[in-house]
Ligand binder design. Structure first.
Ligand SMILES: O=C(CO)COP(=O)(O)O
Length: 135
């Protein structure tokens, strides 16, 4: 199994949650190629000690960069913890990213529970792939 490529994004009110998830799933995420919007990536790198490629901050085009990569087949999973209670200045970019996930059938977790399901399944898949097939 190739190294999974995961995009991590969280709005401000969800950043503590994505950092906690990154810490909890650190052994798994350390086996993945990670990219993130700017501020989210900075926090994950600093607080979960993970190697993360930091793109632009969300309001400056980070969501669009991730959407473009995804459209090119370069992202396997998106974890995008959106804040449903706070209007965002870059709402069209957010919608474009989630739409791109649907267009290209890329799994996209927009809340913590779904993120957990995705990450647990990924851990199982990686474990199975590591076990050599029976002769
Ligand atoms: O706004 C975001 C996603 O829409 C997140 O961007 P930051 O990680 O740069 O805060």
């Amino acid at each position: 199994m190739n190294m999974p490529r995961i995009a991590l994004i969280a709005h401000d009110h969800r950043k503590d949650i994505i950092v906690a998830l990154a810490r909890e799933f650190r052994p798994l995420l350390a086996q993945c190629r990670l990219c993130a919007t700017g501020t989210t990536g900075g926090r994950i790198a600093a607080e979960a000690s993970l190697d993360v490629e930091r793109l632009l901050c969300g309001p400056m085009g980070g969501d669009l960069q991730i959407g473009a990569r995804l459209a090119m087949g370069e992202i396997d999973i998106v974890i995008f913890l959106r804040d449903p209670m706070t209007p965002q200045p870059h709402e069209p970019d957010i919608n474009a990213l989630v739409r791109a996930c649907d267009v290209h059938d890329v799994p996209c977790a927009t809340n913590e529970s779904t993120a957990r399901l995705l990450l647990r399944q990924l851990a199982t898949d990686l474990q199975r792939a590591a076990i050599p097939p029976l002769p």
